[in-house]
Design a protein around this ligand. Structure first.
Ligand code: HPA
Length: 238
């Protein structure tokens, strides 16, 4: 059938989907890591592929940038395509001494300045969190590769260019590791759907120390993160 944003038919997408922000990264993963990858979506160039990795069926699809984009694609994957697990694999800007450029971080929780939670009409403030099984498995898989991930709270912002100069310091004062733009929507969609989500990110820049990784180094960090995510997908697949 498909949706307004996804041409895939039910059954075309695996139970576990890795979602980089950039659809060209989805294509890169399909071409370099998956066997027998088949493209299931090209609508708006938000490429999606299904193939196998270490014998397990896995999909990869771009999420786009920001919570509205991650929100709609992950909603459709959970509700229209019977997807059970989504792992975001992206980049984040550190605002913490604990997370340095090149580090791999995992978001236990995702604070947000967005109104995404309003739709659920809750009588308080919702705390979007990662799925514990995915998180635990991802930490174990990272350690098997000799990587020590930094695990903690992150913030998903609607404003890459924020009007308030001290905004990052305020989040940092609450122990937030890093800033990105998608995880809170993903975690809320997973919770509402009764499914599982996790965000794994490489630190591409340190906002407070004003360090930005050169593009080729971003690529190396990205490869490590992809392997952690792919091995986690394998570990949780029957
Ligand atoms: N802000 C928001 N999202 C990001 C950043 C940032 O500084 N770096 C990578 N993703």
């Amino acid at each position: 059938m498909g949706t307004p944003h996804n041409a895939a038919k039910l059954g075309d997408i695996a139970k576990t989907v890795l979602m980089p922000g950039d659809p060209l990264r989805a294509q890169f993963i399909a071409e370099n890591y998956l066997e027998d990858a088949v493209c299931f979506n090209t609508v708006r160039n938000m490429f999606g592929y299904t193939g196998t990795y270490k014998g397990k069926r896995i999909s990869v699809m771009g999420s786009g940038m920001g919570m509205p984009s991650m929100g709609l694609y992950s909603y459709e994957l959970f509700h229209e395509y019977d997807v059970d697990n989504i792992m975001r694999i992206g980049t984040a800007g550190s605002i913490s001494e604990e997370a340095n450029v090149r580090d791999i971080i995992m978001g236990i929780g995702a604070c947000t300045d967005s109104n995404y939670a309003k739709q659920f009409h809750l009588p308080g403030t919702y705390a979007p969190t990662a799925d514990y099984t995915l998180l635990k498995t991802a930490v174990e898989e990272a350690e098997k590769l000799g990587i020590k991930p930094v695990v903690g709270n992150i913030v998903s912002t609607d404003s890459f260019y924020h009007a308030q100069e001290d905004v990052n310091l305020r989040w940092a004062s609450m122990g937030i590791l890093a800033i990105e733009m998608e995880s809170a929507a993903l975690y809320m969609n997973a919770a509402k759907a009764g499914k599982r989500a996790l965000s794994i990110m490489t630190i591409s820049d340190h906002i407070l120390k004003e360090i930005i990784l050169p593009p080729e180094e971003r690529q190396t960090g990205f490869r490590q993160m992809m392997e952690v995510a792919l091995n986690t997908a394998v570990a949780i697949t029957e």
